[in-house]
Write a protein that binds this ligand. Structure first.
Ligand SMILES: Nc1ncnc2c1ncn2[C@@H]1O[C@H](COP(=O)(O)OP(=O)(O)OP(=O)(O)O)[C@@H](O)[C@H]1O
Ligand SMILES: [Mg+2]
Length: 252
């Protein structure tokens, strides 16, 4: 059986996609699931956040048809592998949309036995609903949508869920929504509580029960090239992602 493939997507920038992908992959890796993180963002934040740089091979080659096992490298964290990204991915993204069947390149690359050695594969998407995100959604079993606890949190969210549904109907009937994850929650503010209440009243069960607090440790960990559980296991952020990971296992 292949891996469970989870795309982490939201067209909004800076909502916690990469932080979520890195930390969920690390928690599940620690729980004993062999995990892979595929960096689909030309910014390559997941790559640097896991202490690596793309020297040569990258997700570009994956989209070009190079077999997955030739492209995975160990990350800074045990049991967690990585396909690194590099800035040139931005140009490819434009070409993908012009190529016949270009929205299925990643899905082809991850199909069948390719991911057989993994329990979970996380796809870290760029902040746009463009060809790379469409490729991720076409390849994924589940999509997880991080949402930042701020005033504009719900704006665009229904539209995003609509676009996800379109990809499901057109390209990937297997696709399901793993859930909406509220991130960067500042527990002391009334705004955060209001955003959470509104999110839950609109989307109900779709929202993860666990929310991720604003945590300086989560923001610092990437500069050390490690996930939060390696940087400060007892931090509120690390503990929250551990709970989210357990919820994901139940939902995925
Ligand atoms: N819970 C949190 N508490 C504090 N800082 C956080 C938290 N989650 C993310 N951050 C920080 O906020 C910034 C944006 O997070 P992140 O890079 O994960 O978002 P993103 O959605 O992947 O962004 P992009 O759209 O640019 O890819 C980063 O500097 C990250 O370290
Ligand atoms: Mg990111």
């Amino acid at each position: 059986m292949g891996a469970r493939i989870v795309a982490v997507a939201n067209q909004k920038g800076g909502v916690g996609k990469t932080t979520t992908a890195i930390n969920l992959a690390a928690c599940l890796a620690e729980a004993g699931e062999h995990c892979l993180l595929v960096d689909l963002d030309p910014q390559a934040n997941a790559t640097s956040g896991l202490g690596r740089r793309a020297n040569g091979h990258s997700t570009l080659d994956l989209l070009d048809g190079v077999p997955l096992p030739e492209l995975t490298i160990p990350s800074s964290f045990a049991n967690l592998d990585l396909v690194p990204a590099k800035p040139e991915l931005a140009a490819t993204s434009v070409q993908l949309s012009a190529l016949e069947g270009g929205e299925r390149y990643l899905s082809d690359a991850l199909a069948g036995d390719a991911t057989g050695g993994y329990g979970f594969v996380f796809l870290d998407c760029p902040p746009a609903f463009g060809p790379l995100t469409v490729n991720a959604l076409a390849a994924a079993d589940r999509v997880l949508v991080p949402v930042q606890a701020e005033y504009y949190a719900l704006e665009g969210l229904s539209q995003l869920l609509g676009s996800i549904d379109l990809v499901k109907r057109r390209l990937n009937p297997r696709l399901g929504v793993a859930g909406i994850l509220l991130t960067m929650v500042d527990g002391r503010t009334r705004l955060a509580a209001e955003v959470e209440a509104e999110l839950r009243s609109h989307f109900g069960e779709l929202v993860f029960s666990t929310t991720v607090p604003r945590s300086i440790r989560l923001a610092e960990a990437p500069s050390h090239g490690v996930p939060a559980i390696a940087y400060d296991r007892r931090s509120a952020g690390a503990e929250a992602y551990w709970k989210v990971a357990m919820e994901l296992v139940e939902r995925a």
